[in-house]
Ligand binder design. Sequence first.
Ligand code: NAG
Ligand code: NAG
Ligand code: NAG
Ligand code: NAG
Length: 359
Amino acid sequence: MLGFPGQVMLLLWLVAQVSSRSNVTRCDPGCDCREDLRFTICSRAFFTQPPGIIPDSTELLDLSDNLISVIPKHTFDKNRKLRVLLVQNNNISVVEDGSFSQLEFLQKLDLSWNRICTLTAGFSVGLTFLRELQLAHNHLTSLDTRSFLHLDSLQRLNLTSNRIQAIHSRSFTSMSSLRQLHLEDNRLTSLTSGAFSMLRSLEILNLAGNRIGTMDTGVFNPLTSLTLLNLADNQLSSVGFKTFLSIHSYSTHILLRGNPWNCECELQRVFRKLRSIQRLFLDDYYNLTCREPAVLQGYPLMDVDSELCIAETVTVLIITVTVVITVLAAMLMGERKRKKRSKRLHWTQQADFSDESDF
Ligand SMILES: *[C@@H]1O[C@H](CO)[C@@H](O)[C@H](O)[C@H]1NC(C)=O
Ligand SMILES: *[C@@H]1O[C@H](CO)[C@@H](O)[C@H](O)[C@H]1NC(C)=O
Ligand SMILES: *[C@@H]1O[C@H](CO)[C@@H](O)[C@H](O)[C@H]1NC(C)=O
Ligand SMILES: *[C@@H]1O[C@H](CO)[C@@H](O)[C@H](O)[C@H]1NC(C)=O
């Protein structure tokens, strides 16, 4: 039996133990907190909102595969050490303005497989050092000048499989460090000048699987570091020579298969010129097939290539020759007529003279 002081001592010791342990294990029941490793794993825990307790020391927080639908404003205010935040595969439709404003060390943010449909200017506040942003498989419909306003250090942006129909001019202006932009599997129908302005460091631009049918001549002009431009599986039937010529990087690979090419001679002329440019590589040129004209549907562009244009050249030649012959013939006829008339004139004059001499 312990005396009173002994009991007090024991109680104090217990309190100390509990409080010290609670420091170590201050962790939400649904999470696995490894403070020694600085990560907190709360994946697949049926959370419908972010957990209340996240150790301050956490550098990697995994909230993936839950049922979170809103990220409220001050959720991560105490987690200033976060470097990686994984929230993919939730039910998020709302990211409140300033949710990430305290995360100045955050380098990677994964919000893919959610239901986000708009990004306001407040979304990116504070994410000045973010390098990678995953937003694939969301419901975004358009990008405007404010969507990515504060992402000055971003290097990789993944917007694959959204519903983006329009990229407004200067949407990516702040992102002069961006190296990869993934926009595949969206609903873009045209690319207008200014869409990619300021993306001086962009190396990979993936636009595959959209509905792009028209591109402004200068749209790729600002991209001086581009190494890969993927335009496969779009609605292009023709391209302008200058559109690709304006890419001024050292070497650029361009992918164009899966488009409904109109294999008229004009297109073939464009491709012939493009292929002669040293810094451009049309990697899948041999896989391009024609949609139009109807007689050439399904044929590889490179096969119909010469025949069609030889036919055209021959037609042009025939027409030219015909015209020349006609003109020559006309001239000859004219000349002959003139000669005849002058002969006749001469003859009449002579006749006149003889008439006179009769007098
Ligand atoms: C527990 O945390 C409190 C405040 O967060 C701190 O003052 C105390 O020193 C910590 N105790 C241990 C054993 O780490
Ligand atoms: C997902 O969020 C929507 C509202 O955005 C809500 O109606 C729905 O019940 C949520 N689903 C789940 C599984 O929580
Ligand atoms: C973009 O996101 C999709 C879906 O999450 C993923 O499969 C793909 O690997 C990502 N691409 C890059 C370059 O991060
Ligand atoms: C593309 O062309 C190459 C070489 O001609 C061929 O081996 C490949 O199967 C083609 N791919 C498609 C998708 O047509």
